[in-house]
Ligand binder design. Structure first.
Ligand code: SF4
Length: 221
């Protein structure tokens, strides 16, 4: 029986025959050349449907197994990390780049985080989000690690998730306005998650430890 093919980023579809693949589009920010390339590849392989996903990707639906390798080659990409135990996605809102309500540059920070962490293997799947203000359009509080812009800097949340047992993330800490401090905190959380010996999703770990103990373990406070 067919199943997902993790190393090819291929997700078995409801027909139990074809796959969906999702090229990586950091922050969902793209250009006409990239869109044309995706459309050209879709036309070349007879792919009739594309879906804009909640992770700010464009998925090609109904891909034949025998076409997977050449499609990725034609896209000029390594298979996207839409499945598997890894950092699946970094959702990024328009922030001060485009949004009139933005107070911090979520695009710049989010793209840095994406470049470092996208596809990094971890004990379980992880999703991240970066919002440019506390309205949280990147669903920051439903991410394993979520970051929201405040008038003074950034607020970092941990342990959020959607899914069958949704959880609102806890506030880990606030930082100043620069990117370095918040990047250091994200690194600490990821390092702790890698080394804590649990294969649960981060929210379950935070829940069991309590946010104060988790904060102390990660931040040493
Ligand atoms: S979170 Fe704030 S900055 Fe980002 S899109 Fe929403 S309103 Fe704009």
């Amino acid at each position: 029986m067919k199943k997902d093919i993790l190393e090819k980023g291929a997700i078995l579809q409801r027909d139990r025959e074809t796959y969906a693949i999702a090229p990586h589009i950091p922050g969902g920010i793209t250009d006409t050349a990239t869109l044309r390339k995706i459309c050209d590849v879709a036309d070349r392989y007879g792919i009739k449907e594309l879906k804009i996903t909640s992770a700010q990707r464009i998925a090609l639906m109904g891909v034949k197994e025998e076409d997977l390798d050449t499609i990725w080659a034609d896209l000029g990409e390594r298979p996207g990390a839409a499945i598997g135990l890894c950092v699946r996605s970094v959702k990024i809102c328009p922030g001060t780049t485009w949004c009139k309500r933005g107070v911090q540059d979520s695009v710049a920070l989010g793209l840095k985080i994406d470049a470092i962490y996208h596809a990094m293997e971890l004990p379980n799947k992880m999703k991240m989000g970066v919002s440019g203000c506390m309205i949280n359009c990147a669903e920051t509080m439903l991410k394993d690690i979520g970051i929201s812009g405040t008038p003074k800097g950034w607020r970092v949340y941990v342990g959020g998730n959607a899914g069958a047992r949704p959880r609102i993330g806890d506030v880990l800490t606030d930082t100043g306005p620069g990117d370095d401090e918040v990047l250091e905190i994200v690194a600490r959380v990821v390092d702790y998650y890698k080394s804590c010996g649990s294969e649960q999703r981060l929210g379950r770990i935070v829940e069991q430890m309590g946010i104060e103990a988790f904060r102390k373990a990660v931040m040493g406070e």
